[in-house]
Design a protein around this ligand. Structure first.
Ligand code: DGJ
Length: 590
């Protein structure tokens, strides 16, 4: 008798036969061990045939149920989180309205139940609304095709208890350019799940994006994760999923394995050339088309093509927003130095990624550059008409805290310092030697201020009404243009007295945002700065008058005034120090 079976990640798998029975049975399907949940399907083929008619009629019933007005109404009332673009502005819609991710990412090895008690207090101290936390392939699929969803279930349950959303980080084929999170059964078969080969013929510590077996295994595992989320998370606790982590390769520009080399010497896919609007003659090889950048573009395409297939499979099951995070190169780099992680979504290859991985909703920069020139440049590079800005990782030392405002000023959908837990792991020098409340304070005041009004801020940004500035070393003043009004933001003045020569803060920690609520009406906030409005047509001799400045709080999305600022509190402009305060301002000229 001919063998029957299916092509699994481990190659051809024969159908199991029950003891002695001559009956073909379907393959052991993806199993998921959850907390008290054990889902597997093993159905006899002939049994299925016999039951086909019954199942068919049940499907019709289920279909009718799915299309019933009540179900459609429920789905409309509880839509999946999704990214919306309108007039060049982006928002993450959660429960049908723009949502701002006030994120915190835990350390790499903190996504274990034993560590969670050290995670939640730090995240809560920050006033975050979303925890970013990894799901490890090695834990999730300890044996081929056996999926352990117990930790995902724990995360879901605890996030709900803590009234927190989650962004899950799929530590799959790539983690920081390597494949260290592959399950043991894969690591033990490097010939089957190969690493890249360098130009000298030696293996490189990075998975080959040309390995079909690895790709199929990742598709399988990621699909199981998304399938589980679909059934276990009707509340949409999980807002987005990051596919892989900083994919690409350090120290070797691309894969030189025979399989990769064959493709490298073949014509560049026409679809890519068209998407890049390149006038190169079709049929040109990578080197002929891209010259000195051929290796970099080729690797970006290879990694993006791989990840697209993983993402598309997961999205077909459960269409949550998916993103890829990037280890950056120097944003001012224009040369051909390959001193960064190639293959990832670095700024120079964003168009390659966009063209090759359409199932990825956004490409997100991990920003570990303390200097304001670099930081702001990165925000510019990733805030594009074809890309919603999201900062999924950034440093947690105090200097980074002001960049939350810079990201807001670039219409970000979210922001997240990295390494937020009390496990006492210090990623100094890109982070602090010890993470504690004092160190987190500058971030905590940001989120404390914005958390009650995050929906309002997300909406204003989606409508293009919000602008923000952050203090740059040696530059004590900024300005914002709101048409008839110019807004001057000064740093280091104190809260009282004239402000002709602002000295700047001893450290550049100032930040402010201003959002237009209507004609001559603004929402204003900041830290360590003075904000003042002047009419744009100052030459006409007109002066500004604060008609009313109300400080307030947001409750259930509505502004509630708690007092009126006047006298010292407005005579010298609107002064913000370390206290989270927000004011609504109405202006007039005289
Ligand atoms: C960036 C990575 O994406 C994170 O997982 C982590 O390794 C940091 N670098 C360093 O702490």
């Amino acid at each position: 008798m001919q063998n029957s079976g299916y092509e699994g990640p481990e190659g051809f798998v024969e159908f199991e036969r029950r003891g002695g029975e001559k009956e073909d049975v379907a393959p052991v399907g993806p199993r998921c061990y959850g907390t008290g949940v054990y889902c597997s399907f093993r159905r006899g083929y002939s049994f299925l045939m016999q039951k086909l008619r019954t199942i068919f009629s049940q499907y019709i019933f289920v279909l009718l149920l799915l299309c019933s007005p009540a179900t459609l109404r429920a789905q409309a009332a509880n839509p999946l989180p999704h990214i919306v673009q309108k007039d060049g502005h982006y928002a993450l819609f959660v429960d049908g309205a723009p949502y701002l991710i006030l994120g915190a990412q835990a350390n790499n090895s903190s996504g274990w139940p034993s560590m969670l008690p050290k995670v939640w207090p730090a995240v809560e101290y920050l006033h975050a609304n979303t925890l970013e936390i990894p799901v490890y392939w090695e834990q999730f699929e300890p044996e081929p095709w056996h999926f352990d969803c117990s930790i995902v279930d724990t995360l879901l349950a605890q996030a709900r208890q803590h009234q927190m959303h989650l962004i899950l980080l799929w530590f799959g084929t790539w983690k920081n350019g390597s494949s260290h999170y592959m399950p043991l059964w894969m690591k033990r078969s490097p010939e089957k799940y190969p690493r890249m080969i360098g130009p000298d013929g030696r293996a490189v510590d990075s998975p080959s994006p040309f390995s079909e077996t690895t790709l199929r295994a990742d598709i399988n595992a990621f699909s199981a994760l998304m399938r589980h989320l679909k059934s276990a998370d009707p509340e949409h606790t999980v807002l987005m999923v990051q596919v892989e982590n900083e994919p690409g390769t350090w120290g070797c520009v691309r894969d030189y394995s025979p399989a990769a080399q064959r493709v490298f010497e073949s014509p560049v896919p026409t679809q890519l050339l068209t998407a890049l609007r390149m006038s190169a003659t079709p049929g040109g090889t990578w080197h002929q088309v891209f010259g000195e950048e051929a290796d970099v573009f080729f690797h970006a395409w290879a990694v993006a093509r791989y990840i697209e297939q993983v993402a598309a499979a997961g999205k077909a099951i459960y269409p949550l927003p998916l993103y890829v995070n990037a280890a950056l190169r120097n944003p001012f780099e224009t040369g051909h130095e390959h001193n960064y992680e190639t293959g990832g979504a670095t700024d120079n290859v964003i168009p390659v990624w966009k063209a090759t991985a359409p199932s990825i909703d956004l490409l997100a920069p991990d920003i570990y550059m303390e200097g304001s020139d670099e930081y702001l440049k990165v925000l510019d590079l990733y805030h594009r008409p074809d890309n919603a800005l999201f900062v999924p990782e950034t440093g947690h030392t105090p200097a980074y805290s002001r960049y939350f405002f810079a990201a807001l000023g670039h219409q970000t959908i979210g922001f997240s310092p990295f390494g937020i837990d009390y496990t006492k792991y210090a990623n100094d020098p890109i982070g602090a030697t010890e993470l504690n409340e004092k160190l987190l304070e500058p971030f905590a005041i940001n989120y404390k201020l914005v958390a009650p009004m995050q929906r309002e801020i997300a909406r204003l940004n989606f409508e293009g009404k919000l602008q923000a500035v952050v203090e740059k070393q040696g530059i004590p003043e900024d300005s914002l243009d709101f048409g008839p009004w110019q807004v001057k933001v000064s740093y280091g003045l104190g809260q009282f007295g004239p402000g002709n020569h602002p000295p700047g803060n001893p450290q550049p920690i100032g930040r402010a945002f201003v959002a237009e609520l209507g004609p001559n009406a603004f929402l204003v906030s900041g830290f360590f700065c003075r904000v003042d409005f002047q009419p744009s047509d100052g030459a006409s001799g007109k002066q500004r008058e604060y008609l009313r400045v109300e400080e307030g709080t947001y409750e259930n999305g509505k502004f509630r005034a708690i007092r009126i600022w006047n006298g010292d509190q407005t005579d010298w402009g609107l002064n913000f120090a370390s206290v989270p305060q927000v004011v609504r301002v109405s202006l007039e000229t005289y």
